[in-house]
Design a protein around this ligand. Sequence first.
Ligand code: AMP
Length: 222
Amino acid sequence: MTVIFLGPPGAGKGTQATDVVETRGLVHVATGNLFRALDFETDLGREVKAHMDGGGLVPDDVVLKMVDEHLRSDAVGDKTVLFDGFPRTVAQAQGLDRLLGELGRTLSGVVYFQIDDEVVVSRLSGRRTCAACGTPFHVDSKPPKVEGVCDTCGSTDLVQRDDDQPETVRKRLATYHEQTAPLIDYYESRGLLRRIDADGDIEAIGRQTLAIVDESLAARPS
Ligand code: AMP
């Protein structure tokens, strides 16, 4: 089975995904994390980094190839997958539909994290990300349990992402509205979309997210 977390950058998808995969034993597939793990000295790495740093999207064919390879890998196997930050265009969603069909997977549900742009801009300025495993933190709303140490992997390399600088955040939001927001209708028209107000208490949002994921997985057994 497969679940998608959809929403603008800074909506809290990564934070909630980290908790859900841990509690429910799902495989977390965050395309942004896969890209950040690339070797930026290779041709592919350089191309991807240029798109990321500019606040635009990595081309669909590159994204789909990477997701295809990842889903067929032993790391995923037949486990339930939670996509975070993928798909981001209608072409990616159509490519994912084909891929899920080939792999005999069911799309159980799409959780849409709804939030205003101004909240995103202020949130991302305080975001810190573990350079080793990608776990997101926030200086005010979600600091690590031990200051400067990643709760997930113990790394002390908690950094501000280059693309969380205000100017790039505004470009990423424009990209989101133009290219990713059409996916709301794409999935809503198929009865798969569930909305969450992502501007509120992080733990309450977490409980709501978990309940929706559980319902989606129970409603659509593979
Ligand atoms: P994220 O960590 O999800 O915020 O992604 C960071 C950056 O990686 C984005 O701003 C894009 O440049 C790139 N990226 C991540 N996922 C995708 C995707 N599904 N399609 C295209 N570009 C992506």
